[in-house]
Design a protein around this ligand. Structure first.
Ligand SMILES: [Zn+2]
Length: 71
């Protein structure tokens, strides 16, 4: 499992941020590439609460497609 880390926000230490502020969003599954995180679905991505609601409106897309729209 990947550590909770928003896929959109700049990478920074989670100082004082409880894990509950991150949401795992599942996008449309794709078979175009292999899972490279053992045990972690390729279509599941962590987001902070600021971005989770944006991601949850794009779950009909694949994760790369959704990330391209959010960024
Ligand atoms: Zn974020």
């Amino acid at each position: 499992m990947m550590p909770p880390m928003c896929a959109v926000c700049p990478r920074e230490p989670r100082d004082g941020k409880p894990l509950s502020e991150f949401t795992l969003v599942y996008f449309r599954a794709t078979r175009t590439y292999d899972v490279d995180w053992v045990g972690h679905p390729e279509n599941a991505v962590w987001f902070c609460d600021d971005h989770a609601h944006l991601a949850e409106g794009l779950t009909d897309l694949t994760a790369p497609e959704a990330l391209a729209r959010i960024r």
